[in-house]
Ligand binder design. Structure first.
Ligand SMILES: *[C@@H]1O[C@H](CO)[C@@H](O)[C@H](O)[C@H]1NC(C)=O
Length: 216
């Protein structure tokens, strides 16, 4: 009995803790982002509800493939609060992902969201890595109709393992999930992180670091 009370309390604590890490629950039906507004808050202030129209809850364009003519061979079309103002305060968003044959969506994390992904066309090799010290890799090959989840904050990737284009749709539990692309963030920061720091961190020569930096 005592054990179950301790366990329940622990579970309740965990849920409270987790809920604080994500977008808060809205206190009104909607709060369409006042995109041009000058006031800065955590999120975007609400547009006058009397001026809200159906267009504020609408986005068109996911029928178009993203541009995959880049070194990764993938394109992401986000539908976040910035693209769809009606998402403001609702704690949800989505994206279309396109992959050229053998293209990758390079290792990245969403600091504010879990991602659930389904394959519409092609096959994808997907994976994520848990936090230290385990750094455990979970991978799977997905076919059309398969679904995979990438837990919030963890580094994950996708690779098209086929000779045809692949398409996926992702849902994310934040209006503004954020993207930290590992290579671009570390090797392409503005200004650059000192190559001495990266040479030690990656245990390679500075010239290797500088070669990678030159690509971002
Ligand atoms: C796709 O991106 C490449 C590289 O940025 C660019 O040269 C090309 O014009 C783009 N294609 C389309 C259809 O926008």
């Amino acid at each position: 009995m005592a054990t179950s009370i301790v366990f329940s309390s622990l579970l309740a604590f965990c849920f409270c803790y987790v809920s604080l890490a994500f977008d808060p629950q809205p206190l009104q039906d909607f709060c369409v982002a006042d995109v041009g507004g000058a006031v800065r808050v955590n999120g975007v202030v609400c547009k006058d509800p009397k001026k809200v129209t159906a267009e504020d809850f609408f986005f068109s364009g996911l029928q178009e493939p993203g541009n995959t003519s880049n070194p990764s061979g993938s394109g992401v079309t986000p539908v976040f609060a910035a693209q769809l103002p009606g998402l403001n305060t609702l704690g949800i968003s989505m994206a279309r992902l396109d992959y050229a044959p053998w293209g990758i969506n390079p290792p990245h994390t969403h600091p504010r969201a879990t991602e659930i992904l389904t394959v519409l066309e092609g096959s994808l090799h997907v994976g994520f890595v848990t936090s230290a010290p385990e750094n455990r890799l979970f991978t799977k090959v997905l076919q059309k109709g398969d679904v995979f989840v990438f837990p919030a904050g963890l580094i994950h990737f996708q690779r098209n393992v086929g000779y045809t284009n692949a398409v996926a749709i992702a849902g994310l539990n934040s209006q503004n999930p954020g993207v930290i692309s590992v290579a671009a963030n570390v090797f392409g920061s503005n200004p650059l992180i000192s190559s001495d720091v990266l040479a030690k961190a990656f245990q390679v020569d500075r010239n290797i670091v500088e070669t990678i930096q030159s690509k971002f």
